[in-house]
Every structure is written in C-alpha cells, then in structure tokens.
Design a protein around this ligand. Structure first.
Ligand code: GAR
Length: 192
C-alpha cells in the first residue's frame, strides 16, 4: 500500500475517514502517520484510537521561520517512508519549499466547489452569493493557494434557512465520502 501521512490542525474528521478507508484490506493506501501543528488537536486522539501514530510539530517555536517548521515535519515523514501527503483541515499556508518537495504527491480537500471561493469562510460566501449548490474539492497542492489541478468534487444542495454552520455540516458529510475515494483513485494512478 502507498504510505500516506495526513496533516491536520483540528477536529480531524476527514482524517478519520481517510484512516478508516485505508484500513480496508483492498485499499491502495494506508495512513501511517498523522501530524498536527496544534498540540492537543482533537484529531490526534482520534488517530491514536484508530491505531495510527499521532505526532505534533508546533509551529510556534519556529516563530516566523515557516520553512524550518516544515523541515521538521518533513524529516518525520521521511523517517516513516511517507510517499503521499494528504492535507485535511491543515490551516497553515505552505512555503514553496514544502510544496516543491511534494510536487505531484500532496493533495488537499477544500470546502467549496473550486475555483469558487478559495481561502476561508467558504460557506458564508456561498450563502451570500445565493448559490443553489455548494460542495467540496480534492485537488493537488501547488504554490497558488487552493489552485492545483482538481482530482474530484462532490456537490450538495443549499437549502432554505441554511446557516454557514448547517451548510458546513452537509458539505462535511460529502467530504467524508469524497476524500477517501479521490485519494484512492489518485494513488492508483501514481507512477512507482
Ligand atoms: C474541512 O471542512 C476542510 O475541507 C476544511 O477544514 C475542515 C476540516 O475539518 N479545510 C479548509 O478550510 C482548508 N483551507 P476536519 O478537521 O473535521 O477534517
């Protein structure tokens, strides 16, 4: 199986869905490590409960040196023979160094139908615009934020009375179905 690391900053619900799918006997990937930049992130305990090594590399001690923080993460990934990195609610912008190092081998999930609404507050922006549909996108990570080639999308309806929170929940349910499928399709196509 292709060895995947998942980077998180918080809840880790997408990470949990990736871990679970990767544990199926016929899955083409397995999650071998979860890394958080936030100590005590809720996702870390969930990773451990699922039998996956959970690591913390806080960004704070590195101050403004983003690349040094990323080098510390990257060293842990290298030690574990990680082949693909999946970002799942990892809320740090990446430097060109890390993006370049993992070019073609790093994916992200974003809670909008890209190219609509890159960046933050996607659900509020979709509601503000009066969109009839919302959704999520799995894409390859490139230097431009939320700009890489799309690997898969899932759509959900916007319903009357939706708040950003309610819409976020509906989109998250779609994320949990999309991400494992898109990651599996992606690693099957990877050249060894
Ligand atoms: C997810 O909705 C994900 O799409 C979004 O953060 C949430 C993380 O939830 N990611 C971004 O906004 C990236 N800029 P989770 O921790 O429960 O997976």
């Amino acid at each position: 199986k292709v060895r995947v690391a998942v980077l998180i900053s918080g809840t880790g619900s997408n990470m949990v869905s990736l871990v679970a799918a990767g544990q199926a006997a016929d899955a083409p990937y397995e999650v071998v490590a979860v890394v958080s930049n936030i100590a005590g992130a809720a996702g870390l305990a969930k990773a451990q409960a699922a039998g996956v090594e959970a690591l913390t590399v806080e960004h704070r001690p590195f101050g403004k040196d983003r690349e040094a923080h990323e080098r510390a993460i990257d060293a842990l990934l290298a030690e574990r023979g990680v082949q693909v990195v999946a970002l799942a609610g990892y809320m740090r912008l990446l430097t060109p160094w890390l993006v370049g190092r993992w070019a073609g081998r790093m994916v992200n999930i974003h809670p909008s139908l890209l190219p609509l609404y890159p960046g933050l507050n996607t659900h509020a922006r979709a509601l503000e615009a009066g969109d009839a549909e919302a959704g999520c996108t799995v894409h390859l990570v490139t230097e431009g934020v939320d700009e890489g080639p799309v690997l898969g999308q899932a759509r959900v309806p916007v319903q009357a009375g939706d708040t950003p929170e309610i819409l976020a929940e509906r989109v998250k349910a779609a994320e949990h179905r999309l991400y494992p499928q898109a990651l599996a399709d992606f690693v099957r196509r990877l050249k060894p």
